[in-house]
Design a protein around this ligand. Structure first.
Ligand SMILES: Cc1cc2nc3c(=O)[nH]c(=O)nc-3n(C[C@H](O)[C@H](O)[C@H](O)COP(=O)(O)OP(=O)(O)OC[C@H]3O[C@@H](n4cnc5c(N)ncnc54)[C@H](O)[C@@H]3O)c2cc1C
Length: 501
């Protein structure tokens, strides 16, 4: 070694040895501006704890992404989710940029027994992607889509929004089923189900997952597919975020025309029963290429209520009118917005430009057919109010969704006609009570005509027992997988499967 080099490296060594708390000083350089004060936090079970500021600085120093504390730029954006009714303050937020950061964050949360929330698109109705005084892993910096048009596969990072995937895949004339609002997260949507405009044709989003990378509670990355870790692969497709953070999804893609026939057709609210009768008869036998979402809407203010359909026909354009004929037979509509459109634009057409302006309450469940009882409950119970938006929607099931055997994935609802949602929305800041009370009362009348619920829209007041029952015959296997991959229930902010070990 040359003398000068030796001199410099010796100096560095002496300097390092003489500086107390060397690792926090690395944090000064790469993570936080200074070692933060100790943080008040809570465990998953709700016990109050203190997390040492020095440990937090260490964590920050080891990340490629960011660590945010209250008051930091970006902290408020991260902690908030779409529904402003959930106004929670995590003790710390980790924003990973890759799987390595997720592994570190999960190790830290487990080692400190911290309450842990995982956020992708932030659309959770139950507010599970944020928390008070725990750690939030916010995946919003971890978005990426890589399409292989030859293999017809897409690799998608765990924080990606579904509009990113639609956009990239359609550039090659390819598609995979996703939801209907482009700023929904691929993470929550796919691990829970994934109903959308092409699901009757190609299955749920989760039916098109061919492999996943999951950081489980042990902080390790597990690859799962039909060939390896089959239990985890099975469980992640319907078991939500119960087993860990999915850092990468691989999806199968399908060729599809970019131009589709889509839009809304609405009739006066007074014709709701006629609309329901058409839906009851035609919904189950409609072609798989037709997305048929029954909508009943009364917007705030004086606008009249409407009943009708949102449609998207993705088959050959020449056959679109035949597929729509039963709806047209209802007569002259109040609104006819059905036209030839770009699929990616249709997928963005329901986006909300100012989502946080609205408080929102959702409840609902699946139904196997439209019975007279269901029709009566909807016709008699639907009540608009000028102070709020009142909406009933029916996300179609059937088609390819119902052709998947119930034990192929953890998602068990394979014999339903649709998922019915009752949604009220009010300007944020207004008293939410009357709008939530109305939705609950309406749901009490509708519920007896439904069975089970979509795990991503868990109705309020749902007990642990009904959550377990809702996983139906797949529940026992889910518990076994939970015992293996998350025995301490680190991932509990979801439609939770509780471990039994
Ligand atoms: C406006 C709107 C439109 C919707 N439209 C549809 C629709 O058309 N079809 C449909 O099926 N559903 C729809 N949903 C429901 C939606 O699929 C669920 O709310 C879903 O959980 C949202 O996912 P997210 O990543 O945006 O949510 P987040 O709030 O970010 O996450 C919800 C939960 O998912 C889990 N999670 C998220 N990312 C990951 C990950 N990478 N790994 C492991 N777990 C993860 C976590 O447990 C988290 O608590 C809609 C919701 C809204 C608000």
């Amino acid at each position: 070694m040359k003398r000068r080099t030796f001199f410099r490296s010796s100096l560095a060594a002496v300097a390092a040895a003489s500086i107390p708390h060397r690792r926090p000083l690395q944090a000064l350089a790469r993570g936080l501006a200074q070692v933060p004060p100790d943080l008040d936090a809570v465990t998953g079970a709700g016990a109050e704890i203190t997390v040492r500021g020095r440990d937090v600085a260490d964590l920050a120093a080891g990340l490629r992404g960011r660590l945010l504390l209250a008051g930091d730029d970006g902290y408020d954006t991260a902690r908030r989710i779409l529904n402003p009714s959930f106004d929670k303050y995590p003790a710390l937020v980790v924003q990973p940029t890759g799987a390595a950061d997720v592994m570190r964050a999960v190790d830290f949360a487990r080692a400190h027994d911290l309450l842990l929330a995982v956020k992708c698109g932030g659309h959770s109705f139950g507010g599970t992607s944020t928390c008070d005084k725990g750690m939030q892993i916010d995946l919003s910096l971890f978005r990426d889509v890589r399409v292989d048009p030859v293999a017809r596969k897409a690799r998608v990072a765990g924080g990606t929004l579904l509009g990113d995937l639609d956009h990239e895949a359609m550039a090659h004339g390819l598609v995979t089923p996703m939801g209907t609002v482009s700023h929904t997260g691929v993470g929550g949507l796919t691990t829970g189900g994934g109903f959308g405009r092409v699901a009757r044709r190609f299955g749920l989003a989760l039916d098109n997952v061919t492999s996943v990378d999951v950081v489980a509670a042990d902080g390790k990355l597990h690859r799962a597919s039909a060939a390896e870790n089959q239990d985890l692969y099975w469980g992640v497709r319907g078991g939500g975020g119960n087993f860990g953070v999915v850092t990468s999804f691989e999806f199968q893609l399908h060729p599809m025309e970019r131009q589709v026939v889509a839009g809304v057709i609405f009739f006066p609210l007074a014709r709701l029963r006629d609309v329901l009768e058409v839906y009851a008869e035609y919904g189950p036998r409609a072609p798989d290429e037709l997305y048929l979402d029954l909508l009943v809407i009364k917007e705030p203010g004086d606008a009249p209520g409407v009943a009708g359909f949102q449609v998207c026909y993705t088959g050959p354009e020449a056959r679109a009118e035949r597929a729509l004929a039963p709806l047209r037979a209802l007569g002259t509509p109040m609104v006819d917005g059905i036209a030839r459109m770009d699929y990616v634009a249709v997928q963005r057409s329901g986006d909300v430009s100012d989502p946080r302006a609205l408080g929102s309450y959702l409840t609902g469940g699946f139904f196997p057919e439209v019975t007279q009882g269901l029709m009566d409950a909807l016709v008699n119970g639907f009540q608009g109010d000028p102070r709020r938006a009142t909406v009933v929607f029916m996300q179609p099931s059937g088609g390819a969704i119902n052709r998947v055997p119930v034990d192929d994935t953890a998602f068990p609802h394979r014999s339903e006609m649709a998922n019915l949602g009752i949604n009220t929305g009010w300007p944020f800041g207004q008293d939410p009570q009357p709008h939530m009370d109305y939705a609950r009362a309406f749901w009490r009348e509708v519920q007896p005509h439904t069975r089970g619920f979509y795990t991503v829209d868990v109705p309020e007041g749902t007990t642990d027992e009904s959550v377990n029952r809702n996983y139906r015959e797949n529940f026992r296997r889910l518990v076994q997988i939970k015992n293996r991959y998350d025995p301490g229930n680190l991932f509990r902010l979801n439609t939770n499967v509780q471990p039994t070990v």
